[in-house]
Design a binder for this molecule. Sequence first.
Ligand code: GLP
Length: 241
Amino acid sequence: MRLVILPNSDDVAEFACDLFAQQLTNKPKSVLGLATGSSPTTLYQKMISRQKAGDLSFSQATSFNLDEYVGLSGDHPQSYRHFMNEQLFNHVDIDLARTFVPNGVADNPNDECKRYEELIALAGGIDLQLLGIGINGHIGFNEPLSSLSSRTRVKTLTKSTIEANSRFFGDDERQPTDSMTMGIGTILDARQVVLLATGAHKAQAIKGCVEGPVSASCPASALQLHEHAIVVVDEAAAAEL
Ligand code: GLP
């Protein structure tokens, strides 16, 4: 695992944008693993600017998102499909038909998870996987005690994750309690992984990820097992190291 500590959150996003740009230049048909949450939003803005400037193209790329809420359809404003369309896909030259997010309203969520794994394999596997980190060390929606070899499946969210993500939901909106998420094993299969974390509220989780024992208690610690994992943090998120 490589650790990169940068002065601020903008530098973190810039570093990640360079990584994606390099990946897409070296292999225009890259399979990208993408993430939601606040951590990647500046990165997505930078990707949009670079694409508009002609310095970056997604035209031949395929993407797979990490996770989705069970029960939310892609047009629901809080769904991760909607988030991705709004924050990135609608503003760049990616072919929407090659952007994949688990279907939150599939008749059979377990079958949908299996299908998702098959689609990733059919696409040739993920070249570069982007991750954020939850304050409890989760990656995707792999909550603490998730198996380190888990595959895409349905996971019930912990109380702390539901609370942390409640800021995105209005008072009258029902917040889902279950998700479909790539497993830790699925994430570790990516050829390269980059995890972004900024802000003091992520410092404890980053300590567990980088310095803690490799343990299901901190799912992000599994990245220590990956030969090409980069953890990119600002100084505030590095404060406990
Ligand atoms: C959610 C997502 C994760 C994300 C995490 C942190 O639970 N499923 O993929 O990494 O939150 O989110 P944020 O970047 O908003 O702190």
